[in-house]
Design a protein around this ligand. Structure first.
Ligand code: V47
Length: 396
């Protein structure tokens, strides 16, 4: 079988690559990428305009292979959304409800969170991460959100709790009248050891005002992450694209992440999230990005972000097929098994709500890459055959 990796190797002959980049107007940029020089804003914008998507992908793949070889990471994780009741109204969101009385609203007690996570752990004992994120509930205190984390810890003591976006952390600081440092220390004491990348959306203030006017500005989003990094808590950064923003806004967003990483050095992964408009206020304005646009945006991100080690194609939002092909466009991580996802499924996503490990492994193998199970900090997990069988319930 010829996989993406073979094509990369074939293109590894200097003449074949030189011809490809020359023909597509990428020769100078390719030279800079090869000599590890930082690309400029104008170059990022030029790559967006390049007519040859596959040349862009091949160049991003060079960087990916340099950083990670043929490895493609995945993890065994689940998402836990304690509530979708939220004081904010973001136009791209199909998940939030104004109050607990609205149809589709839910708010779980910490006990219910415990039950739900414990039932997933019973089915998937090898789970290594619980990603917790929800709405800004008008009546719940910071203590409620800490109790949710404690409940997750009790139900899944061996898993990492990756919890709460910068938006939520800023909200906690305001409702509890605490500094960011005090909020983060309390979260860490409750059991949080990593922070997800949500709430970034698009940093440009004009677009931000259009699609999520109530959200914290970019500066505050980075302040929250920098404080977490200072305390030794790593995090991720996302970008929601394919709504009302332009390619220039995307480049600007990625460059802000690059600058943020220069300052605080704690971002592990960048995750461009293709917008799904179906059940949202923006559905009449856009159909969301096409597969080609998703691949190009991932590739440009890999080329511009020279200081963030990992690039994730979150299969739930990209679609598994596009995420698979993205493994040849700069991506080295597909996220995980998930079990149950709500944010994008309530917005109308038609991807499955979870995958088995076999499905992810097969997806990676058929792209010609090498699947590696990772923990939340990108350490490779090697499971002993006996542990595997125990996890599968075959031995005690
Ligand atoms: O911030 C909301 C996005 C994000 C829609 O850190 C939507 O490992 C598409 O941040 N269509 C939350 N996207 C999810 C998130 C995330 C996901 C996976 C892994 C990690 C990580 C973080 O979801 C929100 C927003 O940008 N979102 N609505 C929608 N209709």
């Amino acid at each position: 079988m010829i996989g993406l990796a073979d094509t990369t190797r074939e293109l590894a002959t200097p003449r074949a690559r030189a011809r490809l980049y020359e023909r597509s107007g990428l020769a100078e940029i390719a030279e800079k990428v090869r000599s590890r020089e930082r690309l400029s804003r104008e170059e990022g914008e030029a790559i967006f305009r390049c007519p040859d998507l596959f040349a862009v992908g091949a160049l991003a793949d060079e960087v990916r292979v340099r950083l990670h070889g043929d490895t493609a990471y995945y993890n065994r994780n689940m998402h836990m959304n304690p509530t979708n009741v939220c004081i904010e109204r973001c136009l791209f969101c199909g998940f939030a409800r104004r109050s607990d009385d609205e149809p589709g609203a839910f708010t779980l007690s910490p006990e219910a969170v415990f039950e739900r996570v414990a039932s997933v752990v019973a089915r998937s004992p090898g789970l290594t991460e619980v990603h917790v994120v929800g709405g800004l509930h008008p009546k719940k205190s910071f203590d409620y959100y800490l109790d949710v984390v404690r409940a997750v810890r009790r139900a899944a003591p061996r898993a990492v709790v990756k919890a709460y976006t910068a938006e939520e952390i800023d909200h906690f600081a305001r409702i509890a009248s605490l500094s960011l440092e005090a909020v983060l220390v309390a979260m860490r004491e409750a059991g949080v050891t990593a922070i997800p990348g949500g709430g970034a959306e698009i940093f440009d203030p004009v677009v931000r005002k259009k699609v999520c006017a109530e959200k914290i500005p970019a500066e505050r989003w980075f302040e929250v992450h920098a404080e977490a990094h200072r305390l030794g808590i790593p995090s991720n950064a996302t970008m929601l694209f394919g709504h009302v923003e332009t390619p220039e806004h995307r480049v600007d967003h990625v460059l802000r992440v690059r600058e943020g990483q220069d300052r605080s050095r704690g971002f592990q992964t960048f995750i461009p999230l293709p917008f799904n408009p179906k059940e949202t206020f923006l559905r009449k304005l856009t159909n969301g990005p096409t597969g080609a646009d998703v691949l190009r945006t991932l590739a440009v991100s890999r080329l511009l972000l020279d200081n963030v080690p990992h690039l994730k194609a979150y299969w739930v939002m990209c679609g598994l097929q596009v995420a698979q092909v993205a493994l040849g466009f700069g991506v080295d991580d597909l996220d995980g098994t998930l079990v149950e996802e709500k944010i994008v499924h309530m917005a109308g996503a038609e991807t499955p709500i979870g995958l088995t490990e076999e499905q992810i492994v097969r997806t990676i193998r058929e792209a010609g890459r090498t699947p590696v199970e990772r923990d939340s900090f990108y350490r490779e997990l090697v499971r002993e055959p006996r542990e595997e069988r125990a996890l599968a319930g075959e031995i005690a």
